[in-house]
Structures are given as structure tokens and as C-alpha cells.
Design a protein around this ligand. Structure first.
Ligand SMILES: O=C(O)CCC(=O)C(=O)O
Ligand SMILES: [Fe+2]
Length: 207
């Protein structure tokens, strides 16, 4: 059954992005779907399907655990019902962003991520220097009963030295403009699960 995202939530995200460049929704998807996505992430990890994440893009990509220590797997449509429901929900968000902000977002790429204890991701910006297609980042957290002492907060560096720490609590979605908001993941003290994705615009390369 496709998820019908509540229109007010989508328009709140659109307004937040327009006003301050980021948004956080604590209850983005139903609990049962979040549990199914968490179970799928754990299952994929147990099957050895997650690989150390790289830094950079294309042939310049390399694994550097001093920068990021998560393990990831990219999603494709048709892999499971839970993943497809998530992709459908994100497509509703893509359409709302296009209608409200005229962003011209064409697609959405996303991966499961698992940060084992001790893993972190140093401060960075999601848009690549040599490829500006990533326009909006969206992270959905899958961790039930996350406690502050579990670490693993997403730290966002906002305008004028303000910073905001977000707990990666199950069901919470963070959305921000990929080129504007530097951020980092603080070291986690237990497995930290998420789905991270980027809405992309059409590239400038010739056909
Ligand atoms: O999981 C998070 O909170 C952020 C992950 C991140 O910054 C990334 O994968 O680019
Ligand atoms: Fe990031």
C-alpha cells in the first residue's frame, strides 16, 4: 500500500527549506515501516552486503576511515516492499519540493548506512566540487530508543556560528540544502542505522 504523506508535513518541509535551508520532522513515516526498514538494514549488514563508504566521487573515490567509518548499500527500486514504500514517499517529497521551490529535482539516489560503534563522519558538505547535481539531502533515521549518551548525533553548522545537534531517533527525517549546510556525524557508541539520500537536478554535461 503506498504511503499517503500528509500534505501539511510536506508543505512544512518546503517552507522550512525556503526560510532557513533545513527541516526536521520527528514522525515522517509510520512506525511499522520504520521497523521494517531497520530490520532490512540489519539483515543486509548480517549478510555482508554493506561496504565501507568512500569519500569523493567516481574514480577519485577512496575509503578513508579517518573521515567516515560507515558501511553502506545503495538502494534500487523493486528490492523489497518496505524500500519501495520509502522510495514512493521520497518521490512525493521530490514533487512537493519542485512545486513549492521550483528546484527542478529529477531523481533521488539513496543508500542504507550503518555506523558501527566508534564510527563517525567528519565535517563536510554533500555537494561535490566537480558535480553540483545534488541539491537537497534527506536522512531518515532508523534507531529505536536512541539515548544522548549513544552519541552519533548529526551536527549541523548553521548560519552565524549556530550549530544544531539532532538525535538519530527512529522515524525522524532531516532535510537540508546540500550545498549550504556543513555537517558531521559524531562518533556513535552503538550501531547507528539510517537511509541517506539526495534529490538531484539535471547535470550540465553535454548529451
Ligand atoms: O547520517 C547522518 O546523519 C549524516 C550522513 C551524511 O552526512 C552523509 O552520508 O553525507
Ligand atoms: Fe553528509
Amino acid at each position: 500500500m503506498p504511503i499517503c504523506l500528509e500534505y501539511p508535513m510536506l508543505s512544512t518541509i518546503v517552507d522550512d527549506l525556503a526560510n532557513r535551508g533545513w527541516s526536521r520532522q520527528p514522525f515522517f513515516l509510520p512506525e511499522a515501516l520504520i521497523s521494517a526498514l531497520a530490520a532490512e538494514c540489519r539483515h543486509r549488514a548480517a549478510e555482508g552486503e554493506l561496504s565501507p563508504a568512500g569519500v569523493g566521487r567516481g574514480t577519485g573515490q577512496e575509503v578513508r576511515e579517518a573521515i567516515r567509518g560507515d558501511r553502506i548499500q545503495w538502494l534500487e527500486p523493486g528490492e523489497s516492499e518496505a524500500c519501495d514504500r520509502y522510495l514512493t514517499a521520497m518521490d512525493s517529497l521530490r514533487q512537493a519540493l519542485n512545486q513549492g521551490l521550483y528546484l527542478g529535482l529529477e531523481d533521488f539516489e539513496c543508500h542504507f548506512a550503518l555506523y558501527p560503534p566508534g564510527a563517525f563522519y567528519r565535517r563536510h558538505v554533500d555537494r561535490f566540487r566537480d558535480d553540483d547535481r545534488r541539491a537537497v539531502s534527506a536522512i531518515l533515521y532508523l534507531n529505536e530508543n536512541w539515548q544522548p549518551q549513544d552519541g552519533g548525533q548529526l551536527r549541523m553548522f548553521l548560519a552565524e556560528d549556530a550549530q544544531l545537534d539532532v538525535q538519530p531517533e527512529a522515524g525522524s527525517l532531516v532535510v537540508f540544502l546540500s550545498g549550504d549546510i556543513p555537517h558531521e556525524v559524531l562518533p556513535a557508541r552503538r550501531d547507528r542505522l539510517s537511509l541517506t539520500g539526495w534529490f538531484r537536478r539535471r547535470g550540465n554535461e553535454p548529451f
